[in-house]
Design a binder for this molecule. Structure first.
Ligand code: SAM
Length: 234
């Protein structure tokens, strides 16, 4: 399957094993991951954030329930909220989620903004788990005719060592542990070890107990810097 599908499949496999109830996709763009996640019945709150309000407005109608959605009855309601906003800014409505996904987003931020992103996601939103994917620069020599980055809007593309060093610092600063993975294998017979095409870090907050996830977040400042563009209950 195409690489973007493999990245989404990776998230869906995680959702199947960990069964998070509240999930937010940062940089949700055309909402294609959200559209797949809405079929996972254990999810009660699904949110998406993107800085590009126009793309959300264009694509959000695709999240509406189809008549066939009702063939599989849910025990609980599902709410889907879409926000226009920047991941460099805090919004109290996104505190205390079970899972935050950031798929091919951070490489669109300046390094100064990546620092803010880390603080907002790991230090403020304090989710139980975070999945971050970003291009692996070690893989780039396999794209023969490429010069520069994979996409003109990318501000950087990190080697595995650079990604690891950012991720380990985040863990140290905010109390998480991380496992490295990825999607997109090098073709068979390729000699050098270049890793995956997209590298993925899966973070888990240390010392999480069920109670803590709600208690820890109650003293957070009440800011709302995002604009709610869509909110529907199924
Ligand atoms: N996550 C999508 C997926 O898996 O199909 C693709 C993401 S796309 C490559 C990057 C997205 O990040 C764009 O939709 C862009 O508008 C969004 N973005 C860039 N900077 C952002 C920011 N500071 N805050 C929120 N979203 C941002």
């Amino acid at each position: 399957p195409a690489l973007h599908r493999q990245r989404h499949e990776f998230v869906i496999d995680f959702v199947r094993s960990y069964k998070p109830k509240k999930v937010v996709d940062l940089g949700c763009s055309e909402c294609s991951l959200l559209k797949q996640l809405k079929f996972h019945l254990e999810i009660e709150l699904l949110a998406g954030v993107d800085i590009d309000g126009a793309i959300l407005k264009k694509k959000m109608c695709g999240l509406a329930p189809l008549s066939t959605d009702y063939l599989q009855p849910r025990n609980d309601q599902l709410r889907i909220d879409l926000y226009q906003g920047s991941v460099t800014q805090k919004d109290a409505r996104l505190i205390g989620f079970d899972l935050v996904t950031s798929i091919e987003l951070i490489e669109h931020l300046t390094l100064a903004d990546v620092k803010l992103f880390s603080e907002v996601v790991f230090g403020y939103m304090t989710p139980v788990a975070v999945i971050v994917s970003t291009p692996n620069a070690d893989f780039n020599p396999l794209f023969r005719r490429m010069s520069g980055f994979r996409h003109s809007d990318h501000k950087f593309e990190w080697s595995r060592a650079e990604f690891k060093s950012w991720a380990l610092k985040v863990c140290l600063d905010y109390g998480y542990e991380v496992e490295f993975s990825g999607v997109g294998q090098a073709p068979p017979g390729y000699q050098e070890n270049v890793g995956f095409c997209s590298q993925i870090g899966v973070f888990h907050r240390l010392g999480v107990s069920e109670v803590c996830n709600t208690l820890c977040s109650t003293d957070a400042e009440d800011v709302s810097s995002y604009t709610l563009l869509y909110s529907k209950i199924f």
